[in-house]
Design a protein. Structure first.
Length: 95
């Protein structure tokens, strides 16, 4: 998963603002798992919207999305590669 500074950089690219407080809050080591809990997205989004505005709430969601992609995105590529190899092995081609 990206480090806080990478999340901050992406926020700056998207919004022109760092939203460092948002990213540091999410990645606080002792509470990291709790704060990445996708079942609490609405609760935490509302909290950030109330405290920093709608754009900060969106950056919270982007942070979660970036972390999910970093953790699981490679799986899609791995599966595509395996499917391609298996199709080639059995003489099949993708249409």
């Amino acid at each position: 998963m990206p480090e806080v500074d990478k999340h901050v950089q992406k926020s700056v690219e998207r919004t022109g603002k760092e939203y460092r407080e948002v990213h540091e809050w999410i990645d606080e080591q002792d509470k990291k798992a709790e704060r990445h809990d996708i079942t609490r997205v609405l609760e935490f989004s509302k909290m950030f919207e109330d405290k920093y505005g709608a754009e900060a709430a969106q950056e919270y969601v982007h942070h979660l999305s970036d972390d999910l992609n970093a953790r699981f995105g490679h799986l899609v590529d791995d599966i595509k590669e395996l499917v391609g190899k298996n199709l080639a092995y059995f003489g099949a081609t993708k249409s």
